[in-house]
Structure formats: C-alpha cells, structure tokens
Ligand binder design. Structure first.
Ligand SMILES: Nc1ncnc2c1ncn2[C@@H]1O[C@H](COP(=O)(O)OP(=O)(O)OP(=O)(O)O)[C@@H](O)[C@H]1O
Length: 760
C-alpha cells in the first residue's frame, strides 16, 4: 500500500501511469497502462481523466459507478472517491486507488489476520478500535472460514457497508473490498485490514437542486438550480435576505427534506438514497429549541444519549460523553439546572449539545444566533468554528448576521427565488461584488438576483472543466441501503416512558391542576344532582350523561396538547431513529395511568357525595363497574385528544379544535336527541354514546321509576335496549370503547408520520 500526496508534487496536471519518464504518479503494475490517466489539480478540487488506457478506469464517485475512457472527459473527484483499474471482478488483477481530500493527521494502520477473528468496534478490547459513539462496542468481526474471509455484522446499530452495499448478517470479503462504518473507511487486501481510527470529515456536494411548491397559479420555484460544494471540516454560513430560500436549501442538503429535484452527495454517496445509513452522522439543530423545558440539562442529555447511542453503551460511557459535550458548549456548570431556567443563548447551546451527543460529522444549524446579544453570538460562532476544526465536523448554518462571518470558511449567498448568488470565502465575496461591506451585497442581490446568479455561474464556469456537469448527469443511483436498527422498540418505549414520566412529574403545578380538576367536577356534580338520583330515571340519566361528559372532558384535555407542543423535538428525534409507535405508547400508558387516578377521584368522590350505592352487574357494589367505565371513557378521550394533537402544529390550534369534538360528543350521544339515519350512524362512532350506554346499564336505568310514575303509578316504564342491564351488554359497550381507543391510537400514530414533512 502506498500513499501519494498529489499537492506536494506541485503541478497543475499530473499523469498517472507505469512509465516513470512520462508520469508524475508512477504505479509499476502491469495492469496499469504506460499513461493511464491524468489528474487536474484545481484550486479547490481535483479532477481525473482516463487517457485511453487499455483497461480503462472504473470510477465509484458521487453516485456514479462506471468505466471511464478518454471520451468521458474529466470527472470531478470528491473526498473518498474510489478508482479501480484492471479487472474489477478479479481483485488480484486490479489496482485500487482511494482519493482523500482532507488533511490526514493519521497514517493508515494495518491489522494482520492470525488464527483469531479480527473484531472492530468502539471498545478498547477490539483489535481495531473506532472512536465514535455511533460505532457499537463490537460492531463487526472478520474471520477466516473454509478458506474465505467472512465479515459478520454483530447486530450493530449503524451497520456496515462493503463496497457501498449494506451487509445483512454476513458477507464474504474479496481482496480490495472497501469496508465502511459510518464515515470510517477501511479496506481489505493481501490478508490485512487497512484502517484509520480517526475520521477525516465529511464533504457535501449539491448538484442542480430545484424545488417547486404550490400548484396552478400558486406554483413557485423556491430553489433555482443550486450547485455548491462544501469540503470536509468547513464551517459554512448560508446567508441572504428573508425568504431567499436559506432554510429550504439547508433542509435539502441535510436530507431532512427529500422533495426536490437534483442530488446531494455526502462523501460521494447519494444522501437522499442512503439517508437511513447516513443519518447517524448528521446532526440538525432547527430554529426552535429541541429540548424539554421541564428537565434538567443533564437529564435531558441522558435521555437523548439512551435513545441515540448504541444499546451496549454503558451508563459510565454516556456520562463521559455528556460531560465532554457539555464542555464543548461550555455549559458544564449548568448541568443540573432546569432547562426552563437557562437563558436564550444557553438554551441554544443546550440544543447543540443534544445533537453533539451522537458525535455527528455533518452538522446543520438553522439560525442558531437569532435572538442572541452580540457577545453571545460571537461566542457561539467561535464555538462552532472550533468544533469544525478540532472535532473534525463539517458545519453548515443559516444566519442573518454578517458580524462574525470571517469565522466561517465559506459563505453561500442566496438571492430571492432560491438563487445561489455566491459561494466562497468572505474575501472572495467582497472582491466579486466589489464592496467592502457584506451588507451591500444583500441590496445588490435584491435588486437583480437573476443577474448575480448568472454572473456567479459564469465566473465559476470559467474556472471549471468543461464536460464535468455533462458527465455527472448520467448518474446511476445505487441501491438504497436501509439499515439502521437503532434502539430496540422495547428499550425505546422504556426510555420514552421514563422521560415522559419525569416531564409530567417535574411540571408539578400542571399535575396538581389535573388532579384537582376531577375533585372539583365531582363536587359540582353533587351540587346539581337531585336527591333521588339512582332512584328516579330522568335525574339519574342526566347525571350519568354529565359524568360521562366529564370523563370525556378530562381525557381530552389531558392529551390534546401533549404531542403538538413538542412537535419540533419529535420531528428531530423521528428523523434520527425514534419509533412513533413507541413514542405514542409511552404517552398513552402514562396518560392511562393518570386517567385512572382522575377517574378514581371523580367517580368515588361523586358517588360517596351523593351517598347511594347499588348492586352492580358483576359485583355486589356497582362502584368498581362505574369507575371502570369512567376510566374507559377517559382513555378513549385521551386517544381522541392525541388525534387532534398529532394533526395540528401548536397548542392554540389544538384548543381551537376541541369545542367541535366536544359538541359532536354532546349532540350524538343519543341522550339529548332521539337520533335517526345519519345521526344514528354518527352516534355509533362517539365515545359518549357507548360510555352512557355502559353507565346506564350498570345503574339499571330501565328498572328505575319515571318521575311521572309518582303521580301516575299505573304508568309503565318501557325498557330501552340502550340500557339493557345485562353483563353481555355492558361488555359490548366497554369492548367498543376499548376498540375505539385502539383504533384512535393507531390513526393518531399514522397521522403523526406527517411530522417528517413539517417545514421547521
Ligand atoms: N412548503 C412551502 N410551501 C410554500 N412556500 C414555501 C414552502 N417552503 C418555503 N416556502 C417559501 O419559500 C421561500 C423561502 O423560504 P425559506 O424559509 O427557505 O426562506 P429563508 O431564506 O430561510 O427565510 P428567513 O430568513 O425569513 O427564515 C419563502 O418565500 C417561503 O414562504
């Protein structure tokens, strides 16, 4: 294995071949032609052209996988592009060239195969140790079996790619195979694994990005043919006027918005197609904070670590990582402070800390400096700049500020209509726009964005190599590697339930209100209740209806804001690895528990206040049965609340939708009106109907005297099938309430999938 530093040769054009007299890069291998290819060293990048070699050059680069010949012209190389020369099906007759674009601080190491298998993982006991929280303790092993080298994925969280293809369980390794774990690249040849235990950063290349929204006359282009390149470990700011498409561009190049045309390559791999494999190396901090106000900073980070880090991560390792991350964002002394008590700038840094936990190599931030004072803003920019250089991170942020842009390696200037009007460093921008003040550029672009977009493209084309774009348009997409098992469902459910319980508990004031509410309602019900309740039909029926409505009210208001208020955090976690059914179940289980306590307070206090007890359908006392029915009413209403909460984007909108749902429950319960036709059908779908039906049956309404019977004893009380006092009937009504709850929860979970489409 040889390493060749192309920059050090110091020429613009470098020939690659066997002939030492002609070529600057000499590979004395018979597979290589005398002059095989040519590297063109540009200011920011390197391109390669095959020189009519006898074997051609096979390129695997930014979605391309093809054999090059001279007529293909130059191909732009990106970081970690792979060139293969010779017979790619016979590795012993093939030369493998890996192109790395970033500064390498570490030499390639090699691990020889002995009798024992080679294990690769995060833990120090492995032969090859990869230092990244996203790597599992023992990620994979390679061993000799029946004369073959076999690679076994040890059920790792983030999987292994061999030659760009995900390994499912195991695969046989061939000589010169490339093994990739997150952004660690290794290769196998001649009985050795060559690797680097430090990563070298992620490059990003956006090609021909267009995005159109709206239909008909409202159709508009919000990204207009954007092309840009971000090199490993660069700190990049996307700037431009309001509505210029900064956030839209960032969502597209981060893979968080997939609805655009064009392609984004992350270290040469198509980001959208391989998002599932790559998402663990991506961090995204949206405009709103992605932290829970009612947790302490450390607890927040601990829950996130449990969700994001591999399940074999020990508590001590998590603590160490949390400590390291808090240090990076300078919040160590606030680790035990409740997030609600942190300042705006500290909260922003806390959101960054949450994302840093999984050690993302590609980090996106949407307006992290908005609302910060100039000092805090500068500190944050310096922190980000330091992170990009010291922690090998490629950082892209949207910002409105022009104050500290000199800290960035590159600025991307967006103009109205989603036009890219500049991409380069601050000094180059000033030179291009012939101004000393970046603020002037905003005005110049606003006046004529088309002109500046055209000028910038022309200036770029002059320094580009003709044919580059054309050749890349023939991109062949690779198979999607859907491999990210993440934390198991049960584990996630446990973590999310723990976090939600802590959040409920920490908001003591709200919890107290939720528990006092049923007590007050029970007292109010007693005040309006007739003395002859449970003796006279009419007053009992009205009271049971009121009890049922109270249950519906309590359940819905428990849950109606619980999802929408944390939608931004949910979106971020969902895009990472959160499983929505686990999330919904964690909410439901705790809401059901809370609902049980509220039902106990409401039912038992009310029944003891009215002082009547009766024989139940199943037991000698009807109270447990009444309580159970009220509880079923509450949890079905909790599920109704979840439906509203998963559809709307904010608590205000959820509260605005609530009266409509409650009115439907009142009108179609079958108590206030005699329903026929469509009304009857709707009533079958209401919680109130089945709740009152079960309560009325348990209270044996059919057997109670009508009020008129006091004056006219011969009058008969006709039994209604609605309140048939049989065990079967009570079971049916209760079963329907349970079924409704299950259906509503499934619908709410399905609806919640739209969270991925939220704009921010
Ligand atoms: N899904 C969408 N439907 C309709 N219009 C959209 C959609 N997404 C974005 N836009 C529009 O596209 C334009 C660019 O939006 P974007 O949020 O990217 O701008 P921005 O540069 O980040 O603005 P700001 O600096 O104000 O946050 C805006 O005019 C916005 O209204």
């Amino acid at each position: 294995m040889r390493e060749i530093d192309l920059d050090r040769i110091g020429k613009r054009e470098l020939l690659l071949g066997r002939n030492a007299e002609q070529c600057e890069v000499v590979l004395a291998d018979p597979i290589i032609s005398k002059v095989q290819g040519k590297f063109l060293m540009k200011k920011d990048s390197v391109a390669y052209e095959d020189q009519d070699s006898s074997n051609g050059t096979f390129v695997a680069n930014m979605g391309e996988n093809r054999l090059l010949s001279k007529k293909d012209g130059y191909v732009e190389l990106s970081d970690k592009s792979v060139l293969r020369i010779g017979n790619i099906h016979q590795p012993d007759q093939m030369v493998l060239l890996l192109y790395r674009d970033s500064e390498e601080t570490e030499k390639w190491k090699r691990q020889a195969f002995g009798l024992q298998p080679i294990s690769i993982g995060r833990d120090g006991s492995n032969q090859i140790v990869l230092h990244s929280p996203g790597v599992s303790k023992v990620h994979c092993t390679i061993c000799r079996q029946n004369g073959k080298m076999m690679l076994y994925d040890r059920n790792s969280v983030n999987g292994v790619l061999v030659n760009g293809q995900p390994v499912r369980g195991m695969t046989a390794l061939q000589d010169k195979d490339l093994i990739q774990i997150l952004d660690f690249q290794m290769f196998y040849t001649n009985g050795y694994i060559y690797y680097r235990s430090a990563t070298s950063g992620i490059s990003l290349y956006a090609k021909n990005i267009n995005k159109i929204v709206g239909r008909g006359k409202k159709k508009k282009k919000i990204l207009n043919n954007v092309n840009c390149e971000i090199r490993p470990n660069e700190f990049v700011a996307i700037i431009g006027g309001s509505g210029a498409g900064k956030t839209t561009l960032m969502s597209a190049i981060s893979g968080f918005d997939k609805e655009f045309t064009g392609a984004v390559y992350c270290n040469g791999v198509n980001l959208i197609e391989q998002f599932h494999s790559l998402k663990s190396i991506i961090g995204f901090v949206p405009q709103q904070d992605i932290i829970y106000e009612n947790l302490t900073l450390k607890r927040m980070l601990l829950y996130t670590a449990k969700l994001k880090m591999p399940k074999d991560t020990q508590r001590q390792e998590m603590e160490q990582r949390i400590h390291a991350v808090l240090k990076m964002v300078d919040l160590e002394e606030h680790q035990n402070t409740y997030i609600r008590k942190l300042s705006g700038g500290q909260k922003k840094r806390a959101s960054i800390a949450v994302e840093l936990l999984a050690d993302p190599k590609l980090f996106f931030l949407d307006e992290p400096t908005s609302g910060l004072d100039p000092g805090t803003e500068k500190n944050l920019m310096m922190t980000l700049s330091k992170l990009s250089k010291e922690q090998n991170k490629t950082i892209v942020m949207v910002t409105h500020t022009t104050q500290n842009l000199h800290l960035c390696d590159k600025i991307i200037f967006m103009g109205p209509g989603g036009r890219l009007c500049f991409c380069g460093n601050v000094e180059e921008a000033k030179k291009f726009y012939q101004t000393d003040d970046l603020v002037n550029i905003y005005n110049m672009i606003a006046e004529n964005p088309e002109l500046w977009q055209r000028r910038f493209e022309q200036s770029r084309d002059r320094s580009e190599i003709s044919g580059r774009r054309g050749s890349m348009d023939e991109t062949q997409s690779r198979e999607i590697a859907k491999k990210n098992k993440g934390t198991s469902g049960f584990r996630q459910f446990g973590i999310l339930t723990g976090r939600y319980a802590e959040l409920l508990w920490n908001d003591r004031q709200r919890l107290a209100l939720l528990l006092i509410q049923p007590l007050l309602i029970a007292i109010l019900l007693k005040i309006v209740a007739d003395k002859d309740i449970f003796k006279i039909y009419e007053s009992t029926k009205s009271m049971l209806f009121a009890l049922s409505c109270s249950g519906i009210w309590i359940g819905m208001f428990n849950s109606i804001q619980e999802i929408c208020k944390e939608r931004v955090i949910l979106k971020r976690e969902y895009m990472s690895n959160l499983k929505l059914p686990c999330y919904m179940m964690s909410k439901f289980v705790l809401q059901a528990l809370l609902g049980l306590i509220q039902s106990i307070i409401l039912t038992l206090v009310f029944l003891s206040l009215v002082g009547n007890s009766k024989k139940g359908i199943f037991f000698s006392d009807f109270r447990p049965e009444m309580l159970f029915t009220v509880w079923l009413t509450v949890i079905a209403s909790v599920a109704m609340g979840f439906i509203i909460s998963s559809v709307v984007q904010s608590g205000d909108k959820a509260m605005a939708a609530a009266p409509f749902v409650l009115i439907v429950q009142l009108l179609f319960s079958g108590i206030l009106f005699t329903l026929k036709g469509a009304g009857k059908i709707i009533s079958y779908c209401t919680v109130s109907r089945w709740s009152v039906e079960a309560l009325g049956s348990i209270a044996r309404l059919n057997k109670l005297d009508l009020r008129m019977q006091a004056d006219f004893p011969m009058l008969e009380h006709e039994a209604e099938s609605f309140f048939k006092a049989t065990a079967g009937h009570v079971w049916t009504a209760s079963g329907i309430l349970i079924l409704m709850t299950a259906v509503l929860m499934v619908v709410a979970t399905l609806l919640l999938r739209n969270v991925a489409k939220d704009r921010r």
